[in-house]
Design a protein around this ligand. Structure first.
Ligand code: MN
Length: 214
């Protein structure tokens, strides 16, 4: 089956996971959480392959975070880990763009990350590949290139919580509905982007995602 582009209007809520790779938690001077760190992005942040990330004037330090994204295909609540992957219909590579300076200030005050994570264009999403074409979801290489130079390169086997565990855990909080997108966290190597940068996100077996920064 060929990769498909999901139009943003077909996507539901965007559920995102923080600190799901130990080396990324370390580079953020943080520790690995005992339970998943969950936050939401608005659907208005979604953009597709070939689009532009627009840097907001409120931030001077926007970072790339390459992530594996799981698309929910079947409604569920209180889903057991053993059946969690049957609720995932497709995978894509995505970027969790983050205004790191605003996030840092929010963390200091104990405030939510919503603004730092939620600007328009802060959720670039590549084309989806049917999950039956993705054989080893916990053994995929995630790569992020900025202007052709590798900045992030890691394997999904290093996730703190597996995709199945994340789906199950999130379904204890939210009813998961078809179209919901789960951003599963970024590995180490996050860093700033500048106007004119070309970001290319890759994941084994999935169609690459390319966006420009302006
Ligand atoms: Mn992230």
């Amino acid at each position: 089956m060929a990769a498909q582009s999901a139009p943003p209007e077909a996507c539901g809520k965007l559920i995102c996971i923080g600190k799901n790779y130990a080396r990324h938690a370390a580079e953020m001077n943080s520790t690995v959480p005992k339970e998943p760190v969950v936050f939401l992005k608005p659907r208005s942040a979604l953009i597709g392959h070939g689009s532009s990330v627009v840097l907001p004037s409120m931030s001077e330090d926007v970072h790339h975070e390459v992530e594996l994204v799981a698309l929910i295909g079947r409604r569920g609540r209180d889903i057991p880990v053993s059946r969690a992957l049957s609720h995932v219909s497709a995978y894509a590579v995505g970027l969790d763009m983050t205004a790191r300076d605003l996030q840092g200030r929010a963390k200091k005050c104990g405030h939510p990350w919503t603004v730092a994570k939620g600007f328009d264009t802060f959720a670039p999403l590549g084309g989806f590949m049917s999950s039956d074409q993705v054989s080893a979801v916990q053994d995929l290489w995630l790569t992020l290139l900025v202007n052709g130079a590798v900045r992030q390169h890691a394997n999904t086997r290093d996730m703190v919580f597996t995709v199945a565990e994340l789906v199950a855990w999130c379904s204890l909080v939210f009813t998961l509905e078809p179209g919901d997108c789960l951003f599963t966290g970024t590995p180490e190597g996050v860093g700033p982007v500048r106007p004119g940068d070309v970001l290319e996100a890759r994941c084994t077996g999935l169609s690459p995602l390319r966006v420009t920064v302006r």
